[in-house]
Design a protein around this ligand. Sequence first.
Ligand SMILES: [Zn+2]
Ligand SMILES: [Zn+2]
Length: 472
Amino acid sequence: MSIHEPTRPGAVSGVRLVCAPARPADLLLRDVHALDPRTGLDGRRDVLVSDGVITEIAAAGTLTAPEDACEVVEGEGRHLFPAFVDPHVHLRTPGQEHKEDLETGTRSAAAGGFCAVIAMPNTSPTIDSAPILGALLDAAAREARVPVGFMPAITRGLQGRELTDMAELRQLGAAGFTDDGRPVTDAGVLRRALQYQRLCGGVLALHEEDPALSGRGAMHEGAVSTKLGIAGIPSVSESTQIARDCALAGYEGARIHIQHLSARESVEVIATAKSRGVAVTCEASPHHLTLTDEDVRTLDTRRKMNPPLRAEEDRQALIEGLRDGTIDCIATDHAPHARDEKEVPFEEAPMGTTGLETAFSAVYTDLVLPGELTLALLVEKLTAGLGCIDLLVPSIAVGEPANLVLVDLAAEWVVGESGYESRSDNCCFAGRRLTSRVLLTVAAGAVAYRERSIMLVLSSGGPSLRGPEAET
Ligand SMILES: [Zn+2]
Ligand SMILES: [Zn+2]
């Protein structure tokens, strides 16, 4: 299964999510607490996966493994969710493979419970032409551990002037278009892109800031930046650009997706646009939902990202936006950087934090355990990201391809203590003790990640083998 076509009714056809061939799973997940917010499934079940497809869901303790080759996973006390999807990751290939590549990036995704990710085009060279996109899709079919799709650039070289050949890129399987890393500053250019989007499909995903307002800012503009004497990026840099682009999308009848919302004002702008019928969706990141500019006081460059960590009232507005539906999904904006690039003075460090391996646990620890978000809502928002670009929404249902994540909600771990699957270690949660741990990820029907404690037990009663080594 190298090409994973969208399975959702009404999905845009032609988007390609690609991964390396893998043996379809035969798994009996016994006595798990299965939770799928979209189907209402919430209780102890046995879930049988045969040849990569969910074939039976029954009351806990009632299913037996049908054949010798079926692996049995004892799920008592563990939770099973639809696996997560991320519409916003940076895999750094081509050109910056010292930070990440398709293999390490998708391994990191699998370790975080993700069954599909969408990669951004701010690479070297930029993903802005059919040959580059084609080569990446070919590479993903050899190297990617979970299905990966690509969003090529809106403008050539991310220069904000000349549009890419959006129709041709769409025909090749582009998952949408974005100039992420930069805003499309010229309203006329964005308007033409919106007109093409309406014709050839594929959502425009927008990184929103006004460079004239962001200036040389390195963190959120507020009391903390003043105290530290660091130039700030004001919230209005983001919200004014979002207001402009929602107005343009509404005028052109086009679809947009706003990336990494960070500010209260931005949530308000999107709520207003949605109420007026603008076809806009948006995402928020685990770090903006759990950290603030107070966490930047130590000048840890792993907490320098764009948009910056903002004030507590912004964080609260993002949480409320998840609850009331203004914010459609959680996306990590996984942005790996090499250690020597980050080990420089704060103002000089590149922006970005890794996030795939900590997404669920960070939000679960900081928002679900204290009662600010329900577990069901967290799972819903972590599985909604590809829905924003009219693609696969994983589901625990008979007949569906197995896209599943098994989680131990009670397990505690310290971020970074055992290293990372990502090639980079610039994680803003490094050193934090988090509660809940991903144990097993099944992506597009195949086991993509297995935590070491998950034993491989074959139903034949054969020898028990330990985790990853048993995979070959
Ligand atoms: Zn961005
Ligand atoms: Zn990004």
